[in-house]
Ligand binder design. Structure first.
Ligand code: SF4
Length: 297
């Protein structure tokens, strides 16, 4: 016999180990969307007049965030939700037209920028020249820059990221394991040229975002990047999932720790300046120009 929803006795679609609740489709949806709305309210992430660019990878998380934001804010005349996607130039991964097809299906416009047109090089070129050991470091630096500058050019006031609870907990643990106190304590206020980022699903576990996407979103692609095996994140994910199985609130604890460490710090403890070469806002050295010099040498 099917397990029943704790709230209404319909068939359950999920069991939340951390809350002890079995939930049906309707109560699971209300629970997830309610928590995402609460996260947005608590962080004061959305204001009238916002133009929100959703950073789309074509996977479940960012596709689900776009669907959720369109559902909640899509009827507002004073706001716009649209998709942006970055083509890194990785063969067999991320077809920009399919990614944009998801956004368009839910009534959002979608825009594409690429490493090759902006930097004159693809990630495959970089791997060919430098090997694949540091592919994610190069990719991360270039992608962050292009996402910010592209969203800014499109007039975005916010960039919505698809990060879920697992991603956020992994990031905190990675910073701890790297001994990177600067990142752990980085608290950034709005700065000219930097489009603020919002993360509506930061308290929603990955498996719940996956279920939400499978219930409501069509056309997303779960093929991973061929270079993802190099990421430290993959090791941390495995370690954390194993630990979390025995301690189901561990991921929440890590994310809360990351937030608490920033509580009480000065509003903006980062020193943002402009790169004298590319003109983009930077913290200290311009990593994009350093990476481009290194790979074009
Ligand atoms: Fe870039 Fe690494 Fe992500 Fe692939 S896995 S898209 S190389 S950051």
């Amino acid at each position: 016999m099917a397990v029943k929803c704790l709230k209404c006795n319909r068939d359950a679609v999920i069991f939340q180990r951390y809350s002890g609740m079995h939930l049906c489709r309707e109560h699971f949806t209300a629970d997830l969307e309610g928590r995402a709305k609460k996260t947005i309210r608590q962080h004061k992430w959305v204001s009238p007049g916002d133009r929100i660019a959703v950073a789309m990878s074509g996977g479940k998380d960012s596709s689900a965030v776009l669907y959720f934001l369109k559902k909640v804010f899509g009827e507002r005349r004073d706001m716009e939700i649209f998709g942006v996607t970055i083509d890194e130039g990785i063969k067999g991964y991320r077809d920009p037209s399919s990614v944009c097809g998801i956004a368009e299906k839910y009534g959002a416009k979608c825009y594409v920028a690429s490493f090759s047109e902006r930097f004159g090089v693809t990630l495959d070129d970089i791997v060919k020249k430098k090997g694949d050991k540091n592919s994610c470091s190069y990719c991360g630096v270039l992608r962050r820059q292009i996402l910010n500058s592209f969203a800014r050019e499109l007039g975005a006031t916010k960039i919505a990221m698809g990060f879920n609870l697992d991603d956020e907990a992994q990031s905190v643990l990675m910073n701890v394991l790297r001994g990177d106190s600067e990142r752990l304590l980085r608290k950034q206020s709005p700065a000219e040229g930097m489009v603020p980022r919002i993360k509506p699903f930061m308290y929603i576990p990955e498996r719940e975002v996956a279920l939400y996407a499978s219930l409501y979103v069509e056309g997303y692609d779960e093929r991973g990047c061929p270079y993802s095996y190099n990421a430290l994140r993959a090791d941390v994910r495995e370690l954390l999932n194993d630990y979390n199985y025995r301690h189901p609130s561990a991921k929440y604890s890590l994310v809360n720790l990351g937030e608490d460490l920033k509580e009480g710090l000065k509003d903006d403890n980062t020193k943002i300046s402009r790169c004298s070469f590319c003109g983009e806002p930077v913290f200290g050295e311009c990593h994009t120009c350093r990476v481009l010099r290194e790979i074009k040498k």
